[in-house]
Design a protein around this ligand. Structure first.
Ligand SMILES: *Cc1c(COP(=O)(O)O)cnc(C)c1O
Length: 482
């Protein structure tokens, strides 16, 4: 064994450290480099936003050149790639001309919040690690509770979106009703055909693939029929099954319909069912003149809503509210069963105890900052405007001889052209022409066995001019269908 020569060892180490740090320090940019990159990014963002009025809503092409190579490239080169391969390809979700699926957002002040969050990187999941960041997350949840008339005692979490929010909510329902082991096949969930597929997906993910699912009949406006729900529950109970969960939707993806929440809440209460409301798309329209349609939403046991839809924020923020905190803690706080209520007050301040996530994006700031900087009024006005724009679009379509779906509850509707023959086939052709054209993006659906073209207005930049452009495009495309 060689004699230890600490002095020499340290010297060697110091040389090695010096050698590696020359490269490792490249990650910590100088003030000059930072300011240069920021400038380039700001210039890029400005050009992107300015171009939105004139660029198309949709394009489709092969993607090239995005593999990560060994050598670094400049930000300029990266931005060029990004522009060509990402921004100019697919659905332009920040565009006013995204009128398909559920349109996206991208409020600028939320982008600033994300930037600041990434630079400062607070650990928002644990109250002790960043009491301020955790409090911002909690204040956002408190604000959402107040919007939906949920009691202060309800808990909630910010998630990446509606799908993860649904998992949290339905897990709470499962745990509250102790749906496990041999009880699973006899347990019954009620939903309508218009429910978003993230609900069935969540049931599978949380181990409830084998529950029985009842599809409650809907009325002609695609709303769940409350009486039919009650009958189904009664029949199932009489057959010895265990109804435990009803999933209602406040703003369906296909047609924007709002289920009769108050009537469903009555049934849920009388039959001891967990009442979950999916308000991912429609929820924030409660801030508009449509408020009355949401009556009863405050009676839900759990609710999900997506700020990245109805608050026009960039993708990546959903919210879930649950009244029974112990049901949520059961899965998400490991030792919740041994905690007394008093101590729960403290642990409820840490978002990690109410969601599957531990280390996570501090997404509270991208909700908090825009609400603080703009106030609520512009968000409300934007939602009202989308409702009016849909009415305007429908009137213009009728004027041109199109057929439209029933009077919409919110900002989603559909239309088709009454061709004299092969109506479905020709409307499909019309849809293809519209996608080929790309000026404005619309999507399609099958509603009442009919192929229809959907309009969904929720992009905050969509204005009257956008609808005029959409009308022009639809008429242009119609002439191309033979
Ligand atoms: C978008 C949507 C979801 C899913 O939410 P994501 O944020 O996409 O995960 C669930 N339900 C409804 C009604 C939706 O519109």
């Amino acid at each position: 064994m060689r004699e230890p020569n600490l002095k020499q060892d340290i010297e060697v180490l110091l040389t090695q450290i010096e050698q590696t740090s020359a490269t490792s320090s490249l990650l910590d940019l100088s003030q000059e480099d930072r300011s240069d990159l920021l400038k380039q990014s700001a210039t890029y963002a400005d050009a992107f936003i300015s171009s939105l009025a004139t660029t198309n809503g949709f394009a489709q092409k092969a993607v090239r050149g995005l593999a990560i190579g060994k050598e670094p490239i400049s930000l300029e080169a990266a931005l060029q790639l990004y522009q060509k391969e990402v921004v100019e390809n697919g659905i332009n979700a920040a565009s006013p001309k995204h009128l398909g699926y559920i349109p996206g957002g991208g409020v600028f002040t939320a982008a600033l919040a994300d930037f600041l969050v990434a630079v400062t990187n607070p650990f928002s999941s644990a109250y002790y690690a960043s009491p301020g960041a955790a409090t911002i997350e909690n204040e956002v949840i408190n604000w959402i509770k107040s919007v939906f008339g949920f009691p202060e005692s309800a808990v909630g979490a910010l998630s990446s979106g509606g799908s993860i929010s649904t998992i949290i909510a339905l897990t709470a329902a499962r745990d509250k009703h102790q749906i496990k082991n041999e009880r699973i096949p006899n347990s019954v969930v009620y939903l309508s055909d218009q429910v978003h597929h993230s609900t069935q997906k969540a049931l599978r993910i949380i181990g409830l693939e084998d529950v029985q699912i009842r599809h409650v009949p809907m009325d002609s406006e695609h709303r769940m029929q409350a009486e039919a729900l009650n009958t189904l529950v009664e029949l199932d109970k009489a057959a010895g099954l265990q109804p435990f969960l009803i999933v209602a939707t406040a703003g369906t993806t296909d047609t924007g319909a709002i289920d009769p929440l108050n009537e469903i809440a009555d049934i849920a209460a009388a039959q001891s069912l967990w009442f979950h409301v999916d308000a991912a798309y429609g929820g924030f329209f409660i801030l508009t003149a449509k408020k009355a349609l949401f009556a009863g939403i405050q009676r839900a046991d759990s609710l999900i809503v997506d700020p990245h839809k109805g608050l026009f924020l960039p993708y990546g923020v959903g919210a879930v509210l649950v009244k029974d905190r112990n049901a949520v803690l059961h899965s998400h706080y490991y030792t919740a069963n041994y905690m007394q209520d008093g101590q729960n007050e403290e642990l409820l301040k840490s978002p990690a105890n109410l969601s599957p996530e531990l280390t996570k994006h501090f997404r509270g700031l991208r909700v908090w900052l825009p609400l603080q900087l703009h106030g609520i009024a512009p968000f409300q006005a934007c939602l009202e405007e989308k409702l009016l724009l849909l009415q305007y679009f429908r009137a213009r379509l009728l004027e041109q001889g199109f057929c439209v779906g029933p009077e919409p509850d919110l900002s989603v509707s559909y239309f088709w052209y009454p061709f004299s023959n092969d109506v479905d086939e020709k409307n499909k052709q019309l849809m293809e022409e519209i996608h080929q054209d790309g000026a404005v993006f619309l999507s399609s659906s099958i509603i009442n066995n009919r192929f229809v073209i959907r309009i969904a207005i929720l992009a905050f930049r969509t204005r009257k001019e956008t609808i005029d452009e959409a009308m022009e495009m639809v008429c242009r495309c119609l002439t191309r269908v033979s």
